[in-house]
Every structure is written in C-alpha cells, then in structure tokens.
Design a protein. Sequence first.
Length: 232
Amino acid sequence: EKVEITKEQQALVKSIVDAYNRHQIPQDVTKKLLQEQYSAEENFLLLTEMATNQVQVLVEFTKNIPGFLSLDREDQIALLKGSAVEAMFLRSAQVLSKRMPNGYTEVLKERVRNSGMSEEFMTPMFNFYKSIDELQMVQEEQALLTAVTILTPDRPYVKDYQAVERLQETMLIVLRKLCVLQHPQDPQYFARLLGRLTELRTLNHYHAEMLTSWRMNDQKFTPLLCEIWDVQ
Ligand SMILES: CC(C)c1onc(-c2c(Cl)cccc2Cl)c1COc1ccc2cc(-c3cccc(C(=O)O)c3)sc2c1
C-alpha cells in the first residue's frame, strides 16, 4: 500500500532528529579518547566520563521528545533509569559503526576491550555492535529508535503504562513508515530494527552483572551513574 508520512508525523521526526543532533557529548570531552594514554585504569576512567556525559545528553534529548514532559514526573525518571544503558548501547554503536568516519571507532573499541570488563560480556556486546552496523541506519531511524527505547512502557516502577505506550506507539508508526520508505528493497527492515530492541534487553542484563564485577575490583563510578544505575 502507498505509505505516506503526514505533516504532523514529519514535524515529529524533525523535532526528534533536531534534538538528537543538538545534544551530543562536547568535542573537548570526546577528543580525550584520542589523546589519553592506554591503560585499563585510564580506559575505565575515560569510559566513565563518556557515560556520565552521555547520560546528561540523554536527559536533554528525552526532554525534547514530544509528550515526554507531560508524563507523570516519577514515570519520567523511571523511563530514563530503565532505558539509559540501552540508549547508551545505541549511541556507542553508532560511534563504533565503521560507516561514520569519526576517528573514534578504533580507539573506542580498543578502550572498551581493555577497561577491566570481563570477556564474557565482550562477545554479546560486540555482536550487538556488528548487528547494528549491518543495519546501516540513517539518522532519522537512529533518533527514532532511541526515542522508542526510552518510551518503553514496561520498565520497573512505571505507573501510567498506557500513557507511555501511547507515546511509544506514535513513534513506532512513524518509524515503520520511515523504514518502508527508506528501505523499499527490504520489507523486513522494520522487523529487524525491532529485533535489535530485543537484543538490547539482554545486554541490560549483562550490563548489570558487568557493574557488579567492576565494583568487586572497587572501580568508582560518578554520582550521576550511581544514581541512574542504583549502585553504591
Ligand atoms: C561507566 C563506564 C565504564 C561504562 O559502563 N558501561 C558502559 C557501557 C559500555 Cl562499555 C558499552 C555500552 C553501554 C554502556 Cl553504558 C560504559 C561506557 O559507556 C559509554 C556510553 C556512551 C558513550 C558514548 C561515547 C562516545 C564516544 C565518542 C563520540 C561520541 C559522540 O556522541 O560523538 C560518543 S563513548 C561511551 C561510553
């Protein structure tokens, strides 16, 4: 059937993509990834700094998702806490995708591989990065997929499930249309995109274990990360 994006859907995509591009980790922070020496301690510190900055970026992006600020305040917090790790996997996946000649791909991969993280998390993590890279998402899809991830209604402690579901539904309808228009040769593209969200959920589980294994070696996180990940 002829897929058409309505005027208000176009406006929705524009506001989300603009927010996605407007809120990024400042260059003077990310360029440290290129400059600092390589040691497990230094790599862990840098990744901690990046994650902390990324959470701040994520909060600003989320506030620009139409309808988010009209949700119950406590639900807003529950959605951010529940989706932070998944949103950061999506963001770091974009940075690691070879398609973006951003100069960070190799150094970030190197630092993640040597940051005191145990081997058992590397495999699922880098499999995810590979599966995201294969999708070759355009920025509209990346921005909308991040919004869809944040607006996942079944996060712990969400009270008004329906309100969140309605917002997510709106995003999914637009995302599906974009996928059909952007990848006419691949009718399964949208389904594959949603499959990545399922994979992200499993990474959440690995990440929780990663945090405890890091804490065992008494690695320090920042107050913001402790807050959002309920550690320490
Ligand atoms: C606390 C820390 C040790 C940690 O614990 N788990 C994870 C994690 C790891 Cl390993 C992998 C996935 C998810 C998480 Cl959450 C991390 C590091 O998380 C991050 C989070 C976001 C970003 C964005 C970056 C980035 C670089 C260049 C450019 C840009 C850019 O946006 O331009 C972004 S690096 C980076 C590192």
